[in-house]
Design a protein around this ligand. Structure first.
Ligand code: ZN
Ligand code: ZN
Length: 687
């Protein structure tokens, strides 16, 4: 571009024909591309020297230049004003556009049907209803209110600024409607949270024979996504396919996004695969979708595909990928993907920084989390929360409380999530007094009303410490409907302190609240069996069988050389399974020699009988550990992630393994981190 500009700039004053050719050239250039400002100035200088004083064509180009040119126009006319206002609006300089409109009025110009749509659009974007209403009054005196574009501008203004009734009234008065006015109404309903109504308006527009454009479709799909209404989304998908709009990258990406947010990953992938043109937004939507739908392995696989196609990830892709690594506890992979960004991007962008802090924390590497946290230039509340929660999760409760004190000193106001971190830290370490203090501090100092999660933490804390009565009392005092998580926390307390009667009561509540959770049935039937109530036990198992309830299978996964390996109970599918099982046999002998006896007393653990018989030594976490013992160097840390809670038998076995092999073993279960070292665990057998 600079070359062209120079060529034109050095042209000597041409004859008439050449002159108009040069002017045409310039116009084409300006409309085709947005030029760097310096080039434009150069061209404009030459333009003026060519004696072409009609500079309107410039005004829609670079907005700053448009204003510069405008200020150089000695006698601007209405056309100049209109072009400049339009230029400013298209460059998203809305305040400037409204300002120029005021100047124009002050200069005595009467705006026309080319002025109003743009200045109204500016007011709508600024959500400035006050100015908008004034302009509405002005235009009523001009007689332009019947113009379809002016009216559309008014409809958009009111719809966007929350005056839906006024918008609807104006819309109903319109003799001719167009796709812009319909879309404005649809968007207005969405902004007001009236999602179902917005889809009704869309339906009506179709009945009126209107052909929606990609912008309309994207808006309506947003409504479906927010409603979580996948049926409606599918209907729009069909419509899009009928109208041959699914080739449009924005529309198709919105479809992918809608399906992922509704949890329909297969449908999302189908649309994704069918797309000829995908941009980074499409890839990010799909990767983030896998990650948030509990399919982190798929998220990473897709990321590697994206890498192979040489598409540079952006901030959103990164957040999805890092969250997938967090879920897998895949530290090596997490580190590798960060190389796509500059370290500076992470420490200067709170969203990216938070994702990285969270990834390191969930992989049990708090030291690395801390380095990022320290380096971050902008720490918003979410960054602080990520750090506090990370410290809490990994059992660094003292550092966690210290960081909170620092936060208070710097007058950063905590929110409910900060307190979740603090309460969890207390729960993990049994600090009842601290827990009570933080719980009270929330309301008394920060006027935050505890959410159900906070009650859950307190019930957990009290229950684990044997204060079952107090925990039960707290549940009865809760101002909201008690959910399964809170009852589950009380059940955990009953399990540790062997309160079978209360456990029975809690389980009955849980079975009503989550009829598909097999664990509750298994536990309750175990309790019945223990008390010799065989009939009841049998009945419960039958109910379970009849309702087709299946037990969540336990599995563990580990990362080795940038690949994820998954193991199930008594799993033989792994290519190395022969070696793994001989290692397990060896382990069993070593454990026995070290004085270990299997703990089969698992009444209050939701372990099925077959699974018990399948011998405790083959629980997936042990299989995973055996696999890594074979495949890693003696000094390397072993990291395992498990989808369920580690059972007490595995817990005591892993303690011994850490001692026998002098290894640090970090197991992340669905509840917390266990760092096993020299025969002890950081949870102090408290989980
Ligand atoms: Zn186990
Ligand atoms: Zn532990």
């Amino acid at each position: 571009m600079a070359v062209v500009a120079t060529a034109i700039a050095t042209t000597s004053v041409p004859s008439g024909r050449l002159l108009s050719a040069a002017a045409l050239d310039l116009k084409n250039l300006l409309f085709k591309e947005s030029l760097p400002f310096s080039d434009l100035k150069l061209i404009h200088g030459r333009y003026l020297r060519l004696g072409l004083d009609d500079c309107s064509s410039f005004l829609t180009g670079h907005p700053a230049h448009a204003l510069l040119l405008f200020s150089q126009t000695t006698k601007p006319n209405l056309f100049h004003y209109n072009t400049a206002i339009r230029g400013l609006v298209s460059a998203n300089l809305m305040v400037e556009a409204v300002h120029l409109y005021s100047n124009m009025r002050r200069e005595g110009f009467s705006p026309d049907n080319f002025t109003f749509p743009f200045v109204l659009k500016a007011c709508a974007c600024l959500l400035d209803l006050e100015t908008g209403v004034k302009i509405h009054a002005q235009l009523l005196k001009t007689g332009f209110e019947l113009d379809v574009f002016v009216k559309t501008g008014l409809v958009s203004l009111y719809a966007k600024c929350g005056g839906l009734d006024d918008a609807q009234k104006l819309f109903d008065e319109m003799p001719v409607t167009n796709v812009v006015s319909w879309t404005a109404m649809i968007s207005g309903y969405i902004t007001q949270g009236k999602l179902k109504e917005s889809i009704e308006v869309f339906r009506k527009s179709l009945e009126m024979g209107l052909k929606p454009d990609s912008f309309t479709i994207v808006r309506v799909l947003t409504a479906c996504t927010q409603l979580g209404d996948v049926n409606m989304g599918e209907w729009i998908h069909e419509l899009v396919a009928e109208k041959d709009m699914d080739r449009n990258v924005f529309v198709a990406t919105s479809l992918v996004d809608m399906y992922t947010k509704c949890g329909r990953m297969e449908r999302a992938r189908h649309v994704f695969n069918g797309m000829v043109h995908k941009d980074v937004v499409t890839w990010s939507a799909m990767i983030g979708g896998y990650s948030s739908n509990g399919l982190p392995k798929e998220a990473l696989e897709l990321f590697f595909k994206m890498e192979a196609e040489n598409i540079k990830p952006d901030c959103f892709t990164m957040v999805g990928v890092l969250s997938a690594c967090s879920k897998l506890g895949a530290l090596e992979l997490g580190e590798r993907v960060t190389q796509y960004m500059e370290m500076n991007d992470f420490v200067s962008n709170p969203v990216l920084g938070t994702a990285l802090i969270d990834m390191y924390a969930k992989c049990g590497s708090m030291a690395r989390s801390w380095v990022i946290f320290e380096r971050m230039s902008e720490r918003d509340l979410i960054v602080w929360n990520a750090m506090i929660n990370g410290l809490s999760m990994t059992g660094h409760e003292k550092a966690c409380f210290g960081l909170f004190a620092q936060m208070e000193k710097l007058h950063v106001s905590p929110d409910g999530n900060t307190f979740i971190g603090l309460l969890c830290a207390c729960t993990h370490t049994g600090l009842v007094e601290d827990g009570r203090a933080y719980f009270n501090r929330m309301g008394q100092v920060y006027c935050l009303s505890p959410r159900i999660e906070h009650y859950g933490c307190m019930v957990d804390l009290l229950g684990r410490n044997g204060l079952l009565e107090e925990a039960y009392q707290l549940i009865k005092e809760m101002p909201m409907e008690v959910n399964a998580v809170v009852w589950g926390a009380l059940l955990g307390g009953c399990r540790i302190h062997r309160n079978i009667d209360l456990a029975e009561h809690v389980l009955k509540k849980l079975i009503v609240l989550e009829p598909q959770n097999s664990g509750n049935y298994v536990l309750l039937s175990n309790i019945y069996a223990l008390n010799g109530r065989w009939d009841e036990s049998e009945k419960l198992r039958l109910t379970m069988k009849r309702s087709g309830i299946q037990k969540t299978r336990g599995f563990s996964w580990v990362e080795l050389n940038a690949a994820i390996h998954e193991f199930h109970v008594g799993d033989n599918s792994h290519p190395m399974s022969g070696q793994i099982y001989s290692k397990l046999d060896e382990l069993t002998k070593q454990l026995k020699a070290a004085g270990y006896t299997p703990r089969t007393e698992v009444v209050l653990f939701d372990i099925e009988n077959e699974e018990k018989e399948h011998s405790l030594e083959h629980h997936s976490e042990k299989v995973a550990i055996a696999f890594l013992l074979i495949n890693t160097q003696p000094e390397e840390t072993i990291r395992v992630v498990k989808n369920l809670r580690v059972c007490n038998d595995c817990h005591s076995a892993i303690k011994l393994i850490s001692k026998i092999y002098c290894r640090e073993i970090i197991v992340r279960d669905n509840n917390r981190f266990h760092c096993f070292r020299e025969g002890a665990c950081t949870c102090n057998d408290y989980w």
